[in-house]
Design a protein around this ligand. Structure first.
Ligand code: GLN
Length: 230
């Protein structure tokens, strides 16, 4: 059974901006994670409150027990697993490079050496890139500001998770920005919901996730946000 105690109101930390998983539309948070989590919470018959914050605040928020759950298209890593629980993976991603539409000098990750590259603070992409390619990195708490700097010509490239780069490129429109580096398959990864270490919620969330895969809800939400089957 999925149910958690009825008086429970879970505090759910959510990244302020990670299209199309969580982002603000008007005064509401929308996205794939938001819909998937809401379906999980319904299965568990639990109420919750969303707490938007910078990505780098989410794991500390779980550790200090101010949050019960964190969602941010968060990459499941062994390092993070030392301090938090993860649900089963619910989305596969890797990294991509966003460049201006007229850029020809950057087509793959090794082209980033010596370039000015935007990253998002505290992410798996940021720590991987800094350890792997010698570039002039600028780190942003909110990746949307990196994309604005790219469009303004203050950065040569932005590196972030593939679904985020692809969605941004599509919504920027007009070929203003394009995605490159897809053949490199850099940092293949899975996203999971994060909970406090040894949380009793973890098995319940996994059971709910499994039920949503089985009853077609997961697919429906996936198609809504990615316009294709998982
Ligand atoms: N997947 C990235 C990570 O966990 C973060 C994605 C995001 O920017 N929210 O490091």
């Amino acid at each position: 059974t999925f149910a958690v105690a009825a008086q429970d109101k879970l505090m759910v930390g959510v990244d302020t901006a990670f299209v199309p998983f969580e982002f603000k539309q008007g005064d509401k948070y929308v996205g794939f994670d938001i819909d998937l989590w809401d379906a999980i919470a319904k299965k568990m018959h639990t109420r919750y409150e969303l707490r938007p914050m910078d990505f780098s605040g989410l794991i500390p928020g779980l550790q200090s027990r101010n949050l019960d759950v964190a969602m941010a298209g968060m990459t499941i890593t062994e390092t993070r697993r030392q301090v938090v629980d993860f649900s089963d993976g619910y989305y596969n991603a890797d990294l991509l490079i966003a460049v201006k539409g007229n850029t020809t000098s950057i087509t793959k990750f090794s082209d980033l050496v010596g370039k000015k590259v935007g990253l998002k603070q505290g992410t798996a992409a940021a720590s991987f890139m800094k350890g792997k390619y010698k570039a002039d990195y600028v780190e942003f708490p909110n990746i949307d500001n990196a994309y604005l700097d790219l469009q303004a010509g203050n950065l040569d490239a932005v590196v972030h998770d593939s679904p985020n780069v692809l969605y941004y490129v599509k919504t920027a429109g007009d070929g203003k920005v394009k995605a490159v580096g897809e053949n490199d398959s850099i940092l293949p990864q899975q996203y999971g919901f994060a909970m406090q270490k040894n949380s009793p919620l973890t098995p319940k969330i996994n059971a709910a996730l499994e039920a949503l895969r089985a009853d077609g809800t997961y697919n429906k939400i996936y198609v809504k946000w990615f316009a294709k089957e998982p």
